[in-house]
Design a protein around this ligand. Sequence first.
Ligand code: PLP
Length: 456
Amino acid sequence: MKVKEEMDSLVKKDTDHLWHAMHRHVENQPTMVAESGEGSWFTDVNGNRYLDGVSGLWCLNLGHGRQEIIDAASEQMKQLSYFPLTLSHMPAINLSAKISQLLGGSYKTFFSNSGSEANEAAFKIARQYHDQNGNPGKYKFISRYRAYHGTTLGALSATAQANRRMKYDPGVPGFLHTPPPYSYRSLFDEDAEKSDLIAAEMIDQMITWEGAESVAGVIMEPFISGGGVIIPSKAYLKRVSEICKKHDVLLIMDEVVSGFGRTGKMFGFMHTEGVEPDIVTMAKGLTSGYLPLGATAVKSDIYEKFKEAGDHNHFRHVSTYGGHPASCAVALKNIEIIERENLVNRVDELGETILGQLKELIEHENVGEVRSVGFLYGIEMVEDKQTKKPASDQLIGSIIGKCKENGLIIGRNGDTVPGYNNVLIIAPPLSSTEDDLEFVVNTVKSAFYDLKAYVK
Ligand code: PLP
C-alpha cells in the first residue's frame, strides 16, 4: 500500500502520460491502479482487494501467480531469449502439435501476438487459399452484427459494432454483416431455435446474393462474448457450417475468448457435434494472459495450397514477436495445467451449479434475460420486461458500482450502438475456488436487491 504522497504523484504521472485503452477523459478522476494479484483476486495501490469477475479482459483464466507458469517463462528466457519463426524453435513446434491434437484434427498453426492479429492472418490465409485454389475472386468476409473481432483495421471491419468503428470508418472493403442468432431481440420468430435457424439461412442468402464466387469466409465466435453473451441454439452453428461447405466458403471460428475451457469445452465450437472449422483463431486463454500470444490454426488441406511452387505462393506474413519462445512455453504450461486440473469439466459443472444461481435473477424487474455457457454469463438489463427497452446507464452503472464497492469487478458488453450496452458480463477465472464463485453470485445478487430499493 502506498502512502498518500506517493499515491498523488503516481496518479499525476498516470494522468499526464498514460493513455488507457478505451479511456474517456474525466478530469481529476484517477483510474484503479493494481499492484498485486493472487488467484482470482487483485489488490490496488490503496490496499483494496477485488475479485476479478471478468478475468482481466477475459484472459486470466488460471488467475494470478501460478509459479509453474512463471518458471516456464523464465526458464525459456534463460535458455533461448528470442528466436524468429521464419526458422523454428522447440516451444513453437510442441505448441503447434498440441493445438492440433486439442482441435481433434490435422491443423497447422501460424503464431502472432494477439487475437486481432490472429484474425488478420486468418483473413489473408483465406483470400490467398482461394486464389491458389483457382478462385481468385473470393475475397469477401461475412460476420454478424454485435460481433467483436479485434482492433486492427481488418479485424475492426469484421467487427459489427457501430460505436467501435465510429470515426475510424471506412474499414477494409469486402466485409459484410448479417444478423446474429439473438433470439431475445429477434424479429424472425418467437421460438429461439427457429429464429436462430433463420439467422443462419440469412447467411446462405447473403452468400447467394453476393455471389458465392466472391465470398472467402464467414467469421464467428461460437458464442458472441463481448457483444453481449449471445448463445445460439445448437442447431445454428451446425447449419452455418453446412452453408459454408455448400458454397466453398471457409468457416473461421474466433475462439479468442471461448478457447481453452471458458465455455466448458476445450473450444466453444465443440458444443456442436460435427462442426470442423477450416480456421480457428485463439489468443487470451491460450496463455491465460501471462504473456501475449495469438494463433491461427488452419486445416492441413488448406495448407496444401500454400506448398505450390512460385514466387508468391507461400504465406508472405511475418510477425517479429509472433510465437515468442517464452509465450509458447507459457502456453504449453498453461494447457498442461488446464488438463491436469480437469478445468474444462469443472467449468462445465460449476457453471451450471454455482454460477447457475445467477439465473434466479430473472425474477428481478430489470432483468430481461440471463444467458450463459460455462463461466461466461450475460445478464441483459432492461427498463421494462415487456418492451425490452434497454436499461439506462445509471441503472447498469449502479449494479457495477455496487459490486465494485463490495469487492467484485464485473463488466458490460462493448460499444455496440448507443443504448445497447446493457448486458452485464461475468467471466471469472476458470480456477476460481468454490468460495470465490459463491462470492461472485452473492455479490451480484445483493447488488440487484439494493437496486430494487434504489429504483422505487
Ligand atoms: N476476438 C474476440 C472475440 C475478442 O473478444 C477479442 C478481444 O477482446 C479479439 C478478437 C481481439 O483480441 P486482442 O485484443 O488480443 O487483439
